[in-house]
Design a protein around this ligand. Sequence first.
Ligand code: PLP
Length: 455
Amino acid sequence: MPDTAANSTSDVRGAALDHLWMHNKSWAATAETGGPALMSSGSGIRVTDAEGREWIDVNGGYMCVNIGYGRRELAEAMREQMSKLVYFPQGATTQPLVELAEKLAEIAPGNLERSWPVTGGSEANETAIKIARAYHKRRGESGRYKIISRRESYHGALGATMWLGGSGGREDYEPAFPGMVYAPQPDAYNSGLDESDSEAAVRAAQAVEDLIKFHGASSVAAVIAEPVSSSAGAAVPGDEYWPMLRQICDRYGVILIADEVITGFGRTGKMFAMEHWNVTPDILTMAKGITSAYVPMANAIVTSEVADVFAGADNIFRQALTFGGHPVTAAVALKNIEIMETEGMADNSRDVGAHLLENLKDLAEEHPIIGNVRGIGLLIGMEIVADRDSRTRFPQDARMGERLNEAFEAEGLILQSRGDRVTIGPPLCITHAEADELASKLDRAFGSVGRALAT
Ligand SMILES: Cc1ncc(COP(=O)(O)O)c(C=O)c1O
């Protein structure tokens, strides 16, 4: 316990070094900069740190502050619900939660009807996997436990979800969760093959079918995928991909889970990204944008067909989470969705996203280290390469991640790169003028890295 209340900025940052674990950052590296940055306020796409410097938060937190910072209506919705009834377990229920479940059934694709609310994206995907496995058991197919995910995808950090997708870094947590099977991404640029987006889509979907056949359909419970994968660099799959995945899952009786934790709530220019392909998954998970991160909430919504398998006495889906279905989070989600709808945030994401994508493609003409720019709505990926023709990446000792991050920081951008790609996902309230400002800052940042490389 600290013996005095820390108050100056450096005290607080020092106390953070002593008492907090940062996300995926070493204490030593954080200490070198005097402790973690301390952020104190935000408005729209911008945040201000405790020293008064203003930043553009290029990814709106972890691509979650969809309506932007500083919307008092959400604070008001929270205050109102807190003063009425702060909490009740989801054995009974509360008005805002029921209204939210109804609203989600209305706006989610197809016949996704029944919600299991939780507090974060990992929990939503853990829930989805459990529902998929329990669904098969109830239908007499108890051998179905394997889950197919795609390499480089990210679906969470908890027990089972941390073993979905992935690109390494899990050695500390072996042994792996049983039943994880990995498929390729539909990404023509990175496949190493000379193929179109359509060909990559068909090949990647076909690979899922091949895995189901190889493992035996009677052992496969579900396929999980993000409609567009942020962690895999925002490659937009060819139009064949999602309809094919749907058909394949139907053919083999496999549950299709769409992870819309990032893509949900307007990120790709539609409320849910699956609407781009008119495909309804059996389970859709959502988080982040559901409350624009004003409070933690997430959800797994399932079709009536899946839910009905849990109907009847002595057949319940066995799971209770204290904060699952919290009425305050539901009230905030309802207000957030209302704002998204009345202010046309998904349309803004489509329009400003298309404009920003063009701007960033223009940047690629100027800066040879940008090998490829792709994306949809306000989910955009830039691939960083040492050589454009061969698409080779920079070696570790080129310190490309550090160089880019220093250049972004110098421009007042909160944006992090590992050095092989840069992913852009600003709050959906971003204006055309702000998108231009962002593109100019990126232009200067890439310019300074390019000049340093040349010398
Ligand atoms: C696609 C996707 N799924 C799941 C998660 C996990 O969500 P959370 O961090 O809320 O547990 C994330 C987090 O970034 C994500 O991007």
